[in-house]
Design a protein around this ligand. Structure first.
Ligand SMILES: Cc1ncc(COP(=O)(O)O)c(C=O)c1O
Length: 384
């Protein structure tokens, strides 16, 4: 039998902490390993498989597109890309009227930073403590955790950090050279820290008064995850730029920068070889159709509440606090989550960590109530 773990350990550069499981198949909210063991996926590849693994609409769209046209230079027009752009802008918040398509979340953040500097002719950015925006130089500069950054200095100049949900602290950091404020509506990697409506509304006003762009990073929260199509809808505000990725194309690598009409960029100032390629756009078309047709954000709101309420009904000695918005659930523990994540995995539950002591659950939004009940039984047993 081929030892996939041995091969990967030998040939893959050692940057990821990995559990010793080889996944070979997925369907809906289920995964299977190479020994035939079945798992319930409560992580969705970190909020990627929102519409379920191997969603049939996406499988069909990719298969069809693969026999038609796989790649197309961005210096030409493409039928599948046009349809995707119209669909994406059609469901986006109404002030966001154009998009730049990327291959990942970090690339979307990178572009958002460039666009903001270009448009405002200013250089500085403010982000939140505990933020996560990605691993490329610009995105890493907007990310808070020093452990991710110190070995790679110098990063991009001009980034400073204020505590999340602390308006006064942000206002104090503003100066005449501030181009943008970049925030996640709910901090995912940071520990499922839920944005405060009043804070976001105050920041929006500040941006309007000082001619600063508000960049909302919906890479983890977008497409129904929090119980709204976009998490920013919880705050009744508009973003000048919104970054998207992860679940945008049903698991196919893709990202997007959505822009308001304040964002006008000259030809040749940005670009990408693969961004918005026909295969990604075909997958994206199918994924967006599925999300809208099923109104998946409503499912997320109902299932998330059910999930969190059921956990809260039990007196779980390991649990300090539960933070939940849609199917974005953070179970803050009194100690490190890794031993529990390992135990849950051996029970056939795939979960994640976040922040310092948080067990993070981001199941596919198509997870069934029966699957939630199975997951609850394991969680309750292990966190008692
Ligand atoms: C909020 C947020 N922004 C940006 C990123 C970076 O995206 P990617 O890993 O696709 O580069 C992530 C990834 O986890 C994220 O959660």
């Amino acid at each position: 039998m081929i030892d996939y773990i041995d091969i990967q350990d030998k040939y893959e550069i050692n940057v990821y902490s990995k559990s010793k499981v080889v996944f070979i198949k997925g369907k809906g909210a289920r995964l299977w390993d190479n020994n035939g063991k079945e798992y319930i996926d409560l992580a969705a590849g970190i909020s990627v498989a929102n519409i379920g693994h191997c969603n049939q609409k996406v499988v069909d769209a990719i298969s069809q597109q693969a026999t038609t046209l796989i790649t197309c230079s961005n210096n030409f027009y493409n039928d599948t890309k046009s349809i995707f752009l119209k669909k994406l802008i059609g469901i986006a918040p109404s002030n966001l009227t154009t998009a730049f398509l990327t291959n990942s979340g970090s690339e979307a953040i990178e572009g958002a930073i460039k666009f903001s500097r270009f448009v405002t002719k200013k250089k500085k950015f403010i982000a939140a403590t505990e933020s996560f925006h990605g691993r490329t130089f610009g995105a890493l500069s907007a990310t808070y955790k020093s452990d991710y950054k110190t070995d790679f200095a110098p990063l991009v100049d001009g980034f400073s950090f204020a505590p999340f949900n602390d308006y006064e602290a942000i206002a104090e950091l503003i100066d005449d050279d501030t181009a943008g404020i970049i925030l996640e509506p709910v901090q995912g990697e940071g520990g499922i820290n839920i944005g405060d409506k009043k804070f976001f509304q105050q920041v929006r006003k500040l941006c309007d008064n000082k001619n600063i762009l508000l960049i909302i990073d919906e890479i983890q929260t977008g497409f129904g995850r929090t119980g709204k199509l976009f998490a920013i809808e919880h705050f009744d505000i508009q973003a000048d730029i919104m970054t998207l990725a992860k679940s945008i194309a049903g698991g196919f690598p893709m990202g997007a920068i959505l822009c308001s009409d304040k964002i006008l960029i000259d030809k040749g100032k940005h670009g990408s070889t693969f961004g918005g390629n026909p295969l990604a756009c075909a997958a994206g078309n199918a994924a967006l159709d599925f999300i809208i047709e099923k109104r998946l954000w409503e499912e997320a709101a109902q299932k998330g509440k059910y999930f969190a309420d059921k956990i809260s009904e039990h007196k779980l000695s390991k649990v300090k606090e539960i933070r939940q918005i849609g199917l974005m659930i953070g179970i803050e523990l009194f100690d490190k989550p890794q031993p529990y994540i390992d135990q849950l995995l051996s029970e056939g539950m795939v979960t994640l960590s976040a922040g310092k002591n948080v067990l993070r659950l981001l199941p596919p939004l198509v997870i069934s109530y029966e699957e939630i009940d199975i997951a609850l039984a394991s969680l309750i047993k292990i966190l008692k």
